[in-house]
Write a protein of this length. Structure first.
Length: 269
């Protein structure tokens, strides 16, 4: 409440991490927060531009003042310091790009993308961990869940019911339609405002990925000070039938080619 009263004295973000879910964004949020020229939001996933995860509470309707309350006071920001937040659902939600462009027309955008087959499998196992099924409605084994997704999503997409639990929770394959999602942003922002990173590089070559990101953000490299430790790591509870992986690889193959054409880079998935 106090922060909202101070909203006019607080900054808006200079850059956003827009996704993807289960793509290392929690680790990236932590690493960026170690940089002295970068100020994190008070919590990672604000989800303002999607309206938030609770279908009963639309955060978007709370307005700019509510959003500003999650960022530092302007007087506390050092010269050249940059504020940011990370909400992976911004890539998935069809309305987020337009809302972001309306409030933050000059913002920089960071999309960290994981092999969509691995992402979908990780997403599924996140859902079926103890305590999750009651919240997200997942009752099917993994192969059946992947096969059922189009039927599950069809009425949701037709009704544009983007804030229902099933849209967020059961969109295993839909979240891997990276080219379509990034195209929404590129229709509203210049290409130089978007950096697309390969999530696997965060763990295989963190120094290289962070150096590229710091250059994009126009801050000092500062690599020696970073403590790399993966955050929010999920583990598959059971082996996955190779047929499930093969089916997902085949499904995503043409979508990945479209992504590579869009961004001019082959991630080798």
């Amino acid at each position: 409440r106090v922060r909202r009263l101070q909203a006019r004295r607080r900054v808006l973000p200079d850059f956003l991490i827009i996704g993807a879910q289960k793509g290392g964004t929690t680790s990236l949020y932590d690493y960026l927060g170690q940089h002295p020229q970068i100020a994190r939001s008070l919590r990672k996933e604000i989800n303002f531009f999607t309206g938030g995860p609770d279908p009963e509470v639309d955060l978007w309707r709370l307005g700019e003042g509510w959003y500003r309350a999650h960022f530092p006071l302007r007087a506390k920001m050092a010269p050249g310091q940059k504020a940011f937040e990370a909400s992976p659902d911004y890539m998935l939600h069809p309305l987020a790009a337009g809302r972001i462009a309306g409030l933050l027309p000059d913002v920089k955008l960071v999309a960290m993308l994981r092999n969509p087959t691995d992402r979908a499998i990780s997403h599924y196992f996140h859902n079926v961990r103890e305590g999750e099924p009651a919240r997200n409605g997942e009752t099917l084994p993994i192969g059946a869940a992947m096969a059922a997704e189009e039927a599950r999503m069809a009425p949701i997409l037709a009704a544009e019911d983007y804030r229902c639990v099933a849209f967020r929770a059961l969109s295993y394959k839909l979240r891997g339609h990276y080219a379509d999602q990034l195209a929404r942003y590129l229709a509203l922002f210049p290409r130089e405002n978007l950096l697309v990173l390969r999530a696997e590089d965060l763990f295989e070559d963190p120094d290289g990925l962070m150096a590229r990101l710091f250059a994009f953000l126009d801050v000092a490299p500062n690599l020696a000070a970073l403590q790399f430790a993966a955050r929010n790591v999920g583990f598959n509870a059971r082996p996955v039938d190779p047929a499930v992986r093969e089916s997902l690889d085949a499904y995503f193959a043409p979508l990945n080619r479209r992504l590579y054409e869009l961004i001019g880079e082959d991630f080798g998935w």
